[in-house]
Write a protein that binds this ligand. Structure first.
Ligand code: ARG
Length: 593
């Protein structure tokens, strides 16, 4: 379906042409003065110079052409030469009817279906997920869904940190605690046990312990580096222990991501591409891209137009060891060979902005990707506490993700009970808890996604869980309200089939319809900009427009049955659209709350 603004502009273009002016002047935008009109066109002002004519005269001539228009109900020329526009209620009605009948409410499939890899989450094995992992997970999940909805072929990859020093640290601590484990016996040639010699609870405690010890004890750190080296060079026992750590840790990560409704198609990690590194290094050397600098192997990536210093991309350290960079480049090589992506989108903390700039330049320059492969980095800002500093626990430590979610769920539960109390209905304990989880997730995700990704924001439990304002619970409350009207209507009149949208009977109804009509334009922009906040802004406007309409209109007691059914049709479309949108954001609505 064409976008509503394009349809309106087309009508205006014809009028400019009929009046003898350049049709390009007929571009229509949303009104800057919603009190006066719904849309506006400033083309007469732009044309005044070209045609040596007063803008108001041009505007009046164009308005004259639109007297019989099927699109505009009102076209008024206002000084100094604006065209203030209101569209016909029948035009909006027809547009919404078409949306109702179209796939994806009229979002056109892309001209070319792209293969897109979204790299997000970025969890590190053997370390518990903390609040720093929340944003890349939430944003990445939504970006993945938005790309998929836009009609592309999308793969989500977690790209775990599973190969670095943290592995050596865990192994070292295990060795200190259980030196007799068979994994440490270099002469052992038999099969290793199938059971891991630790539980997830132990594993979570082991890493921080080991990490703290290594900072104080140089010998301990050296041992951990040695263990890392052994693992990376394929020593059997270390490899077997690593497999245990992976299994136990990944299972736990999956549980955590599940509770966030975040899922990945690929659970690949840094370890998966280690074997490709020698081949890649060889290629970079042979191509004349990589050279030695102070013993390290680097590729220059600075460009003439740079206004800031962009240091070379380091491929190997002077001791020959691979780094974070090396693995990311090898992963790009691997993805190109296996999946042939047209586009790769990375979601990480924005402190990695420069890093990804280097990686992308290096990949382009050395031909690891094609010239037209799109490489996009979405750098997210920090989630801060109310003091404006990175979010911490009350004791000042790093907050674990599970604890943060629990805190939100508890507050949500309190508000849900309170709400039931004021409304005077009973809510059973199990249902309240289930609902608190669903709404709590919406609170966290919406609180995050309604901000532009690159901006920092303040995590405010009280505000995020509020049923009023620009919040997830407010959006859900609106959906639940519509659901309840629809089910009451079904009980009254029974018939929810053949719901046909009617012309708006009043301004608030028309406003709601005009907001809904922006769907395909919104979905397209959200995809192009990889910007979930566009979806949030859209549904917030809709929720406001709906609630305004709802407060002005007695829907269920309306006596004109046809009128009533038209409203029910509009409500149903509003609900369907809101539900698709929250699914793009990665959460869902309860039946009641
Ligand atoms: N594991 C990394 C971290 O915790 C994030 C990985 C992001 N993805 C990537 N391809 N580098 O910082």
């Amino acid at each position: 379906m064409q976008k509503i603004l394009d349809l309106i502009s087309e009508e205006m273009r014809k009028a400019f042409e009929a009046a003898g002016y350049d049709g390009d002047l007929g571009k229509v935008t949303l009104s800057n003065r919603p009190d006066l009109c719904e849309y506006q066109c400033n083309g007469a002002m732009a044309g005044a110079k070209k045609y040596h004519k007063a803008p108001l005269a041009i505007a009046q001539e164009v308005a004259g052409q639109l007297a019989e228009s099927g699109v505009f109900a009102e076209v008024s020329a206002a000084a100094p030469g604006f065209l203030n526009l209101k569209v016909k209620a029948s035009f909006v009605r027809d547009y919404l009817r078409q949306m109702q009948e179209s796939d994806k409410f009229g979002l056109e499939p892309p001209e070319k279906r792209k293969k897109i890899i979204v790299d997000y989450g970025g969890a590190n094995v053997a370390k518990p997920l903390h609040v720093g992992h929340l944003r890349p997970a939430i944003i990445g999940e939504s970006v993945k869904r938005i790309c998929r909805f836009a009609g592309h072929d999308v793969i989500g990859d977690i790209h775990m940190g599973d190969w670095g020093l943290q592995m050596g640290l865990v192994i070292t601590e295990l060795r200190r605690r259980q030196p007799d484990l068979v994994y440490f016996d270099e002469n052992y040639a038999g099969e290793y046990p199938a059971e891991a010699p630790f539980t997830i609870a132990e594993l979570e405690e082991i890493y921080p312990t080991a990490s703290a010890k290594s900072k104080e004890d140089a010998a301990y750190k050296a041992e951990a580096m040695e263990a890392t080296h052994k693992l990376q060079s394929g020593e059997r026992g270390h490899r077997a222990l690593w497999n245990h750590i992976m299994r136990v840790s990944v299972e736990d990560l999956k549980k955590n991501y599940d509770s966030l409704d975040v899922s990945f198609d690929l659970w690949k990690g840094e370890s998966d591409v280690q074997e490709l590194i020698p081949e890649m290094v060889d290629m970079l050397k042979k191509g004349g891209y990589a050279y030695e600098s102070d013993g390290a192997l680097v590729v220059d990536v600075k460009e003439e137009t740079d206004t800031k210093e962009v240091p070379p991309c380091m491929i190997l350290k002077s001791d020959g060891a691979a780094l974070y960079n090396t693995t990311d480049l090898a992963t790009i090589m691997d993805r190109m060979a296996k999946y042939h992506p047209d586009k790769m989108i990375y979601v990480t903390d924005k402190r990695q902005d420069l890093y990804f700039e280097q990686i992308f330049r290096c990949a382009k320059k050395t031909g690891l990707v094609n010239e037209d492969t799109e490489l996009v980095h979405i750098g997210n800002g920090t989630m801060n506490g109310r003091d404006g500093k990175p979010f911490k626990t009350r004791e000042g430590g790093v907050m674990r993700l599970e604890h943060l979610i629990r805190e939100i769920d508890e507050e949500m539960l309190r508000k849900i009970r309170e709400n039931a109390g004021t409304k005077g209905y009973e809510i059973d304990a199990a249902e309240a808890e289930e609902t608190a989880k669903v709404v709590g997730l919406a609170a966290v995700k919406y609180g995050d996604l309604s901000n532009q990704a690159a901006k920092d924001y303040i995590f405010d439990v009280d505000r995020f869980t509020s049923f009023e304002g620009d919040t997830g619970p407010y959006i859900l409350y609106t959906i639940v309200r519509i659901k309840s009207i629809l089910s009451k209507y079904a009980e009254q009149d029974g018939d929810l089939t053949e719901l046909v949208i009617k012309e708006a009977a009043n301004d608030s109804e028309k406003s709601l319809m005009l907001e809904l009509a922006k769907f395909n334009a919104m979905a397209e922009t959200a995809y192009e900009e990889a910007a979930p906040h566009r979806v949030c802004a859209y549904i917030y406007d809709i929720a406001n427009a709906f609630n305004h309409f709802y407060h002005e209109t007695k829907i269920l007691t309306e006596e004109d049955a046809e009128r009533k059914k038209g409203w029910i049709a509009l409500l149903k479309l509003t609900k369907d659209i809101l539900e698709v949108c929250i699914d793009l954001l990665g959460f869902s609505a309860p039946e009641r709350m």
